[in-house]
Design a protein around this ligand. Structure first.
Ligand code: DGL
Length: 273
């Protein structure tokens, strides 16, 4: 008999960035299986219009729903910024949608300089989720939020060039003003950016604490699944050692090389059908 609790969690991003969130979900919820969808035919979303982002996100979530997932994690700050309310209204409580917002809250709690940086896409900086959290959390605490944006960073990760001299040079250029302003907490407000941690450390050493939302989202996913009676039952005799299922809307063979630079776990890669 089919048990919905055994269905995979759908995880979606414009591209491979959401794999940084997958790592946290796998660590926190080892009994769950995951179906990851990367909309590589349309990445990057960050420079697209609000309507484009909404439409592409709706298509991606619909595909995961029709593929039999029990819930979806929108592992993309840009997609979350424009789509969460509409998606939740559309699918209702029976199909939970978990989204992301840049981790400004823990950064505000941790800053000693009262200056927090947010590195995010243009879309996320324009969206309401980030601006709401700045207004509700940072401003009342007297913390100044400085933002940085670059259209080049997501493509570097999508090409497997996150450890290249060109990527280091771009980070130096866009983050130097934040370092000069005394920012001590840098929020990685795009799920591609945790893959830039080694590069940021290489260029800026320990100048910033680097904060992302992955672990918090993984915990929230566990809570939401439990609340909806959708958490997978732990079976000690059947450990979930299946390779990660990754579907892409773009070219499969170029994606294989990129995923291998980002993930250590086994995976299978297939085209979205
Ligand atoms: N990974 C995405 C995010 O968290 C989107 C990047 C993009 O497609 O521009 O915002």
């Amino acid at each position: 008999m089919n048990d919905r609790r055994d269905a995979p969690i759908g995880v979606f991003d414009s591209g491979m960035g959401g794999l940084s969130v997958v790592r946290d979900i796998q660590a926190h919820l080892p009994d769950e299986s995951i179906c990851y969808f990367a909309d590589t035919a349309h990445v990057p979303y960050g420079c697209r219009t609000d309507d484009d982002i909404r439409q592409l996100t709706a298509q991606a979530v619909a595909w995961l729903y029709e593929s039999g997932c029990k819930a979806v994690v929108v592992a993309c700050n840009t997609a979350s910024a424009f789509s969460l309310t509409a998606l939740r209204e559309h699918y209702g409580a029976g199909f939970p949608i978990i989204g992301l917002v840049p981790a400004v809250k823990p950064a505000v709690a941790a800053t000693h300089t009262h200056r927090v940086g947010v590195l995010a896409t243009q879309g996320t900086l324009r969206g309401t989720l980030l601006n709401d959290v700045i207004r509700e959390v940072a401003t009342p605490a007297g913390v100044q939020v400085l933002t940085a944006v670059s259209p080049k960073l997501v493509p570097f990760v999508e090409q497997g060039r996150q450890n290249s001299p060109e990527c280091d040079a771009e980070l130096l250029q866009i983050l130097s003003p934040l370092a000069a302003a005394g920012v001590d907490q840098l929020v990685l407000g795009c799920t591609h950016y945790p893959f830039l941690r080694p590069a940021i450390r290489r260029v800026f050493g320990d100048q910033f604490a680097l904060i992302d939302s992955g672990a918090a989202v993984a915990k929230q996913t566990g809570r939401v699944l439990a609340q909806h009676g959708l958490a997978r039952v732990h079976r000690p005799c059947r450990p979930n050692a299946k390779p990660l299922d990754i579907c892409v809307s773009g070219d499969v063979s170029s994606a294989r090389h990129v995923v291998a630079t980002l993930l250590e776990c086994p995976f299978i890669l297939r085209a979205m059908t």
